[in-house]
Design a protein around this ligand. Structure first.
Ligand code: SF4
Ligand code: SF4
Length: 437
């Protein structure tokens, strides 16, 4: 794509990066076929190519964001299916990140939109606040229909519907600790506790720690780590996201200095994609660039790490698992085969649902902020998964698990919980939802 930025504009390294990304696009449109919003809405401006044009026009002319740009960028799920499809290697992820920061700095959103986004940014990254909010949401759930009547309040209705009816108690595994290897120690890792996942489903990290320690891995939950910053990063709140990144980098750097780390294990793939990007996010910060790159290199999805540990072939379970490949894992981190191979070795029959490249519509806070498109994607995803007639649905991202689980009676279980069960751990609690499993 031809661009016409001035030398003065290109002196800003962020604009220079955006320009070099834009220049790679050859307008071929291959990306439109796999973009969930284009497939759903059929509007060129809701495709990667259309958004790329909007971003180019806004940045080149040095304009503040307007309503049209915000509408179409807000509808982007950041699922990154376009980056998997693009034959020219257009780095859409960093382009849209830059556009979102520009929007946040230059556009004043309508009042309710602003309030909702502020509330999400102030609550979701903090487990204590999030737990309290979920309890309140459970009380407010009967009123979701009322909120639905007013367009600006639809995100509130979506939020109330997504909240679980019961919040599980906090887990001891989320507290700072060192979990010793059960057998001879062969490696030492840190595990991300994060923010929303330990509140919604503490069993995931319990399963990961239990399995890893039985495999001879010492697992550290270091004092002081928290939200990876993905949520606010996708809102364009750069400083808040970078603060979260710096805090976690300091914590993990101390853990490296204290006893060495072979990896930083992440059980929520949305967070994994962001942590693997810390090196890029902080590349211009002289105090953090090197440390951030080291942390990003250490970050591993739990299945990516487990696949290096040579797990044995387990007895067949006689159960069919539909593997839902979270966008952040397949498109963001390009981890596609490891979870399925691990599940097969663990004795499950694994099915790939049709249209596996399409997002389920969860996408961080997308299912709250864009409830209508999200609901259409969810229905399509669940239809495709159910067509494989599975006993269990497996995924590696709590957002997808919550989204898909809200529309099906089939139990949705994190991949690591199934692996832990197959190798001698307890049966995942979610399986109790179906007596035949
Ligand atoms: S990130 Fe996903 S929703 Fe956004 S443009 Fe790319 S494919 Fe479409
Ligand atoms: S596939 Fe890549 S090169 Fe082709 S239009 Fe999309 S972003 Fe541009």
């Amino acid at each position: 794509m031809q661009t016409n930025f001035t030398a003065e504009q290109l002196a800003d390294p962020h604009v220079a990066e955006a320009e070099s990304i834009l220049r790679k696009c050859v307008h071929c449109g291959f990306c439109t076929a796999t973009c969930p919003t284009y497939v759903t809405l059929g509007n060129e401006l809701d495709s990667p190519r259309g958004r790329t044009y909007l971003i180019k026009d806004m940045l080149e002319n040095g304009r503040p964001a307007d309503e049209q740009v915000v509408t179409h960028i807000d509808r982007c799920l950041s699922c990154l299916a376009c980056t998997t499809t693009c034959p020219s290697g257009v780095d859409y992820m960093h382009l849209v990140d830059h556009a979102r920061i520009h929007i946040e700095k230059t556009y004043r959103r309508p009042l309710m939109n602003r309030l909702t986004r502020n509330m999400l940014a102030m609550v979701l990254p903090y487990p204590g606040r999030f737990r309290l909010a979920l309890k309140l949401a459970a009380l407010g759930r009967p009123f979701a229909g009322l909120f639905d009547q007013v367009k600006a309040l639809k995100p509130m209705a979506a939020m109330l519907r997504l909240a679980p009816s019961k919040v599980p108690p906090a887990s001891d595994f989320a507290r700072p600790a060192t979990h010793a290897a059960v057998s001879t120690r062969r490696c030492r890792v840190a595990i991300l506790t994060g923010c929303a996942q330990p509140v919604l489903d503490p069993g995931i990290n319990e399963a990961a720690i239990s399995l890893l320690t039985r495999l001879g891995v010492e697992v550290v939950v270091p004092q002081g780590e928290g939200c990876c910053g993905a949520l606010v990063h996708h809102m364009g709140r750069e400083e808040q996201a970078l603060d979260s990144a710096r805090r976690n980098i300091d914590v993990w750097t101390r853990a490296v200095e204290d006893g060495g780390l072979d990896a930083i294990i992440v059980t929520t793939s949305g967070c994994g994609t962001t942590i693997k990007d810390y090196g890029h996010m902080l590349r211009l910060d002289p105090a953090y660039a090197e440390k951030a790159a080291r942390v990003s290199a250490l970050a591993k999805d739990v299945t990516e790490y487990l696949s290096t540990l040579d797990l044995p072939i387990a007895e067949t379970k006689g159960l069919t698992v539909a593997y839902h490949s979270a966008c952040s894992l397949q498109h963001g981190q390009k981890v596609t085969m490891a979870p399925k191979l691990l599940l097969k070795s663990a004795g499950f029959t694994v099915k790939d649902p049709p249209e596996g490249h399409l997002c389920c519509g969860s996408a961080g806070t997308y299912n709250i902020m864009q409830p209508e498109i999200s609901a259409r994607l969810k229905a399509r995803k669940v239809r495709n998964i159910e067509s494989t007639k599975p006993d269990i649905i497996s995924a590696g991202n709590i957002g997808c698990m919550t989204q898909i689980g809200s529309a099906t009676g089939i139990p949705v279980v994190h991949t690591v919980e199934l692996l832990n069960w197959a190798y001698g751990g307890p049966r995942p609690k979610a399986l109790d939802r179906r007596a035949s499993v």
